[in-house]
Design a protein around this ligand. Structure first.
Ligand code: ADP
Ligand code: ZN
Length: 209
């Protein structure tokens, strides 16, 4: 099964992706994670991506599409995969359609007013990628899942978050209609708890098996 996770920044794509990937044995492909890894390793792609990511803008489609095409061509994706954060533009979706067949698009729909706080309060484990909200950490600075150190992403500040939300509205939100027209869209309300959202997603995935 080839799945796409769609949703605004802060909708909870990453959190759901970890759960789905574990339960359904699907490789989790996050373009954001791939870029952050490249930035850490100071690769050419990393240097380029950083200049866009730091401003809350999208990395150019040619670069992003090439990375995804290479990644889903690897052996571990032969029996399915889950894309998180890709596609983010209509052009990316069209490029994807040209190389693969998507079975389901899960759109996590969250009230826009919640996103700024979710993102600015987010802390991420540097080892396993798990996300937390600072209001629920009670001062803890390490990951309860793996013990890794928590950090705040550089693009999780009010100014950059605002531009990411604007970019989402202008460039990514049109994908909802794009996939709806293809009959692939599954909408789930993401305002509740991660467990509740996951239960709905799992019920849908089980119905497709
Ligand atoms: P979030 O969904 O929380 O905004 P991501 O980790 O998915 O975070 O992405 C972080 C940044 O990486 C984006 O703001 C963007 O600059 C870049 N990026 C990630 N995926 C894509 C993509 N498919 N196309 C272009 N840029 C992307
Ligand atoms: Zn961790």
């Amino acid at each position: 099964m080839n799945i796409i996770l769609l949703g605004a920044p802060g909708a909870g794509k990453g959190t759901q992706a970890t759960k789905i990937s574990d339960a359904y044995a699907l490789p989790h492909i996050s373009t954001g994670d791939i870029f952050r890894e490249n930035i850490k390793n100071q690769t050419e792609i990393g240097l380029l991506a950083k200049s866009f990511i730091d401003k809350g803008q999208l990395v150019p489609d040619e670069v992003t599409c090439k990375i995804v095409e290479e990644r889903i061509g690897r052996a571990d994706c032969q029996n399915g995969y889950m894309l998180d954060g890709f596609p983010r533009t209509i052009a990316q979706a069209e490029a994807l359609d040209a190389i693969t067949k998507i079975d389901l698009v899960i759109n996590i729909d969250v009230d826009f007013s919640l996103l700024m706080d979710r993102l600015c309060g987010r802390r991420v484990c540097k080892d396993c990628g798990e996300s937390y909200h600072v209001s629920r950490l009670g001062g803890a600075t390490t990951c309860s899942r793996c013990g890794g150190e928590l950090y705040q992403r550089k693009d999780d500040n009010p100014e950059t978050v605002q531009s990411r939300l604007d970019v989402y509205n202008a460039q990514t939100a049109p994908l909802i209609e794009y996939y709806e027209k293809k009959g692939l869209l599954f909408n789930v309300v993401g305002n509740t708890t991660p467990e509740d959202v996951y239960a709905k997603v799992a019920a849908k995935l089980d119905s497709l098996k």
